[in-house]
Design a protein around this ligand. Sequence first.
Ligand code: KIV
Length: 296
Amino acid sequence: MTSSVPPEQSPTGGSAQAGRAGAAPAAGQTPRRVRVHHLRQAKERGERLTMLTAYDAVTARIFDQAGIDMLLVGDSIGDNMHAHPSTIPVTVDDMIPAVRAVSRTAQRALVVADLPFGSYEASPAQCLATAVRMLKEAGAHAVKFEGGEHLAEHVRLLTRSGIPVVGHLGFTPQAENILGGKRVQGRGNEAADRLVGDALALADAGAVAVVLEMVPAPLAARVTEVLPVPTIGIGAGSEVDGQVLVWTDMAGMTDWSPRFARRFGEVGRELSAATQAYAQAVHDRTFPSADHAYES
Ligand code: KIV
């Protein structure tokens, strides 16, 4: 995305090539932070945005250095890292240390913290209190929460308070019980119109971007067309302003991945092979060798 802004405004502070999403900054260059105005500029210039989840410092460093524009500390930490069956049990206290680790590590990416189920819905004031914790205690640059027009006042209050908000529409995992499971949302004219209305209401209230999850590709394209701020798709086709994936799906860490995700590597297999090689070397006493031992 950063190639979409002139070098002097580029978050990397470098040339268009160095700033292009997916490319590491030039050697020795201190990367400049991706800011919310860069998101809108990227949309205006037709540059695609990249977002990945991150839940710890190790992966945050790798993704940040690879040039990912936004790191989402998603409540998907629940089902991906904490062995919960869904995102629903995740608490603010689960999120804070993860957001802190990612924020402390990322030098360039905009860090977005998810507000977990039950921490924002009751009122704009509750939402503001949780979001303030994400910024103040954990160093996030923006927050994301799930829901449409009925949360426009929440978005408005946070925006007025200086907290950028990313919306989340379509399949919203925290609402899986009322949505009847993981299902594509926005099918049929009425549902499609409602989703467009929700997206416009969020943008009008100040949302800086809107995630569209499991939405038919033509509907995601329609939302992208009418929205002044970027749409970030996950299972929403290619005609959106950016893409987000859960990093474990992207890297091939698990046996199963959702239909909308592509495995860009087989990191899980590689890690398993490394682990088996280590165990074997300990058993057959080839590790540690003299090279790894200290002299007296
Ligand atoms: O929590 C998460 O990982 C998310 C993405 C699926 C967008 O909300």
